[in-house]
Design a protein around this ligand. Sequence first.
Ligand SMILES: [Zn+2]
Length: 286
Amino acid sequence: MPCEICADTGWKSIEVDGVSRVTRCDCWHQRSFESLLKGARIPRRYLHCELSNFDDHTDSQRRALKLATRLVDQFPVVDKGLLFWGENGVGKTHLAVALMKEAIRRKGARAVFYETRELLKLVRDTYNNQAEATELDVLRPVLEADLLVLDDLGREKKSEWVEETLGLVVNTRYSERRTTVVTTNLQDVDNTDPSSVALQLGLRIRSRLLEMCEWLEIDSHDTREVGLNPTHDEIANWQQTSPASPKNRPRGGLPAKSSGQARAQLKNRESDGRADLRWPGGRAGS
Ligand SMILES: [Zn+2]
């Protein structure tokens, strides 16, 4: 059925200060949004995510929402992207998807979402002899998107190839000054911790990400375990009893959050060039 306003020309007349002008019809904006949204590759389970339906129960969640909203307001003249780190279920991916949709809707952003392991798998699949797509076919939209969401960074198995490939993505986007939003379950703690950004991704990627993204730890109870609108008692109970609660997770003797000391230690290692990315002896996971 053709558009009642513009008969599918995509233009409509408006009056500005008594002068008749033409402007894009609403149906054109809607089609454009749908087409950009389709290109953004947002997984179905995150399609409902909006800034307006983000549950902000904690200070860090409210801060994260503020940063996400600010990024969209400023887009495309954005100084730094965002990196959300923290436990599962605190809303990192929700916010990343929501700000991406909002940037598409309001700014016409060419945006693309990749779960990091999925991206690496697609790149790896191109090495297969039968593959029609080349490595660059897969990577080009990732390198060139106005806005990239790299979801769940650090979940992939560590290897030299992985570090090189992610390094290419991060470095290219950095030098082209394109906006990147990252979510990760890794912790920004001392680089002897297997779940640290420094150990899992390497110090070079870490320092690049520090330059190109504003980092924010989001913490909360896990909404997937306690439900969307828990009472204070339910949250307290979850914190005490759930193995997923930050309280109940073994941390190998390290503080739960990066202390000043851990940061200083990291800095020293970087500056004296003794960055050691290997698994330290005697720890699990090597
Ligand atoms: Zn129309």
